[in-house]
Design a protein around this ligand. Structure first.
Ligand SMILES: CC(=O)SCCNC(=O)CCNC(=O)[C@H](O)C(C)(C)COP(=O)(O)OP(=O)(O)OC[C@H]1O[C@@H](n2cnc3c(N)ncnc32)[C@H](O)[C@@H]1OP(=O)(O)O
Ligand SMILES: O=C([O-])CC(=O)C(=O)O
Length: 372
């Protein structure tokens, strides 16, 4: 048996959703740079689910479907209120709430293509409402009802704060959503595909994916980056802090990638946004510290920043609580997970690799009285 630890380089499926070739990321053939500059998140959702950009009418239809399905059962809010709230990470709350949503969906176990698509709409529509409702309930605030007249990005920020966001914030948030929407066979997407390849339901697949995204080696890195920036505190502290971490062979969060070698093409967009927004909110030190960290880690370890590195200071500037960064990643990645789940159902085969056994062999059962 040949063992490939971490399945590095193993091609486990075909997919027509997104590709990473020679450090270039495309969604259904469109370069991420092009989409980041020109597309809205709703257009990207349509693209990932239908493999074509929408016409005006198709886009309006999708937006309307998302708006009409954005409310969540009141039982989920009541459930949040029962949590030992100060100990609950919003990713854990999201994981539980998405699983719970399945209990209130009469079609949860209906496996037709049409029913699965309807569930995709419902999940994409409801995930911002779930994240923002939890963010408010834990502060003793009432959730804000979604508005039908706002786009996806604006509605998220509105439900979070109760105030209509300004154009700069909406534009930045929408671009961040576009940049995080899909990424080939990353760990959480693979998890979703493994789960539904047993012909389990969409809610189970998404719940599993959220669990995988939560880890700091994957989506959880964006929150960890902000924690590191706060720990560093000042620009003068960057150099000693980072050098010490490297000497101790500790990982610097937001750097490195399993697939990219020269660099993550999404990072430059977030870097630009971070530079602009940190100046705008009068906190340029977050960008300056980040840029300095990048300089050191790139020269010392040849490790470029990934999507999680500059997204941390971007979300911070939008006034978002740091432990909501990864749930926001999930709000966007929901679109990719759903695209992959639907693609898996369309051409399914159970995913079941092998393990090379390394434990003891040829042992004989010893009765419990004789074990010392
Ligand atoms: C959306 C996303 O999921 S993007 C990734 C988000 N995760 C992070 O930012 C966490 C930090 N980065 C990492 O842990 C890794 O780079 C991963 C998990 C992203 C990729 O991991 P792998 O491909 O398995 O690489 P692996 O962890 O084996 O690292 C290879 C070498 O580079 C080093 N390395 C990798 N990333 C880092 C880092 N961020 N800081 C310091 N050293 C690093 C490792 O220590 C290892 O060195 P060694 O060969 O001397 O032991
Ligand atoms: O592809 C990966 O391994 C991780 C990643 O960048 C993502 O999920 O966006």
């Amino acid at each position: 048996m040949t063992v490939t630890r971490g399945l590095e380089g193993v091609v486990a499926t075909t997919s027509s959703i997104s590709s990473i070739i020679d450090d270039t990321l495309t969604y259904v053939g469109y370069n991420i740079d092009d989409l980041a500059e020109n597309a809205t998140f709703e257009e990207v959702v349509y693209l990932l689910w239908h493999r074509e950009l929408p016409t005006k009418q198709q886009l309006e239809e999708l937006k309307q479907q998302l708006a009409e399905n954005a409310t969540i059962p009141k039982e989920i809010i009541e459930h949040f209120k029962m949590y030992p709230i100060e100990k609950v990470h919003p990713m854990a709350a999201l994981r539980t709430a998405i699983s719970m949503l399945g209990l209130y969906d009469e079609e949860a176990d209906v496996m037709t293509k049409e029913a699965n698509y309807r569930k995709a709409i419902r999940l994409q529509a409801k995930v911002p409402t779930v994240v923002t409702a939890f963010a408010r309930v834990r502060k003793g605030l009432e959730p804000v009802e979604p508005r039908k007249d706002l786009g996806f990005a604006a509605n998220f920020l509105y439900m979070l704060t109760g105030e209509e966001p300004n154009e700069t914030a909406v534009e930045a948030f929408d671009k961040a959503l576009v940049l995080h929407a899909d990424h080939e066979l990353n760990a959480s997407t693979f998890t979703a595909r493994v789960c539904v390849a047993t012909l389990s339901d969409v809610y189970s697949g998404i719940t599993a994916a959220i669990g995988a995204l939560k880890g700091p080696l994957h989506g959880g890195a964006n929150e960890a980056v902000m924690k590191m920036l706060k720990e560093i505190g000042t620009i003068d502290n960057v150099e000693p802090y980072i050098r010490k971490k490297l000497e101790n062979k500790e990982k610097i969060m937001g750097f490195g990638h399993r697939v990219y070698r020269k660099g993550d093409p999404r990072a430059k967009h977030l870097r630009k946004m971070s530079e602009k927004l940190t100046k705008l909110v009068g906190e340029p030190h977050w960008y300056e510290m980040s840029a300095k960290i990048e300089e050191i880690v790139t020269s010392e370890k040849s490790l470029p920043p990934n999507v999680d590195f500059y997204s941390a200071s971007v979300y911070h500037c939008l006034g978002i609580d740091h432990d909501l960064f990864t749930p926001i990643f999930a709000v966007s990645r929901m679109s990719g997970w759903l695209a992959h789940i639907l693609e898996q159902y369309d051409n399914n085969r159970l995913i079941r690799p092998r393990a090379e056994y390394t434990g003891p062999e040829k042992r004989t059962y010893v009765p419990i009285e004789q074990r010392g």
